[in-house]
Design a binder for this molecule. Structure first.
Ligand code: ZN
Ligand code: ZN
Ligand code: ZN
Ligand code: ZN
Length: 286
């Protein structure tokens, strides 16, 4: 008799605990359990919405059977579930929300020095801002890629480039062979700029890019002018200002953008086949 009473007391207790709101219960479990991490390998498709294929993030909804859908796609589908085709009502899927928030993946740039682990559904956002996105070697046929610091080292040791060190807000005069493809400038803060020289039918096109694949750092403007060095026709020069130098990882080389300086053939020194160019780079946002 006593045993039966005990049993019924126990049942009441467990009934009471299962009546607790789901979230409160989950929090209580999380508090009781020590924090621990596990490493897993999984097919990422279970973390993506199977309509838009974007990573699932809260709020996530499910049909009465349990087929999940993201909050962006939900208003776009009709009354029937996209998977089981049954007329259904959708409800929040808290278990999966908790699950996707707990999944942390390494940044794709881990091999280039990023040690961040990010929620799977924040991975793309992080990688668009990640300062460890690799830059590419601009030399033809070279497959090197790495951080800006390792690219600088690579250009000097492997291709024997000699960078021109410069100070911001001050003009720098250089001479370059008419057919030289690139001149590398390194600022006081070790930011790297590439002056690309592209030969066209009507002269040399000069353009400046900042080496780096993220726009979150400082911004720069550039001024490039080419002068007639022998002053055969005194005062002959061309000038171009780029109010916002583009950043580039140099993937696929350097292409001419909106701003470039076209240097007519008359400005090329006939005896040395060199161009005399003034370059000034200003930091416009720290
Ligand atoms: Zn979706
Ligand atoms: Zn369904
Ligand atoms: Zn990263
Ligand atoms: Zn290289």
């Amino acid at each position: 008799m006593e045993e039966v009473e005990e049993e019924s007391k126990r049942r009441k207790m467990s009934l009471r605990s299962s009546e607790k709101p789901a979230q409160e219960e989950q929090e209580a479990v999380a508090l009781r359990r020590p924090h621990s991490e596990i490493s897993v390998k999984m097919d990422s498709y279970v973390l993506d919405c199977n309509i838009c294929f974007e990573p699932l993030k809260s709020p996530i909804f499910q049909c009465e059977v349990g087929h999940v859908i993201c909050s962006v796609c939900l208003p776009k589908i009709g009354e029937n579930c996209h998977m089981c085709c049954k007329a259904t009502r959708y409800s929040r899927c808290f278990a999966l929300e908790q699950f996707v928030d707990a999944i942390k993946v390494p940044c794709s740039n881990a091999k280039y020095g990023c040690d961040k682990f990010i929620a799977y559904n924040q991975k793309e956002k992080h990688e668009n801002m990640c300062i460890h996105v690799p830059c590419f070697c601009p030399e033809n046929g070279c497959s090197f890629r790495g951080s800006t610091a390792s690219l600088l080292d690579h250009l000097i040791t492997k291709h024997e480039w000699s960078p021109t060190n410069f100070q911001y807000n001050k003009p720098q005069k250089i001479s370059m062979a008419q057919d030289r493809q690139y001149v590398l400038f390194v600022g006081e803060d070790l930011s790297m700029f590439l002056l690309a020289n592209i030969l066209t039918d009507i002269g040399n096109a000069l353009t400046m890019v900042c080496i780096g694949s993220h726009d979150s750092g400082p911004s720069y403007s550039s001024k490039i002018s080419a002068v007639d060095r022998v002053a055969r026709e005194k005062g002959t020069f061309v000038f171009q200002m780029d109010p916002l130098v583009a950043s580039s990882s140099l993937l696929g080389g350097v292409r001419l953008g909106k701003f470039f300086l076209l240097v007519p053939p008359e400005l090329v020194d006939e005896s040395t086949h060199e161009l005399t160019v003034n370059v000034r780079i200003d930091k416009i946002k720290p």
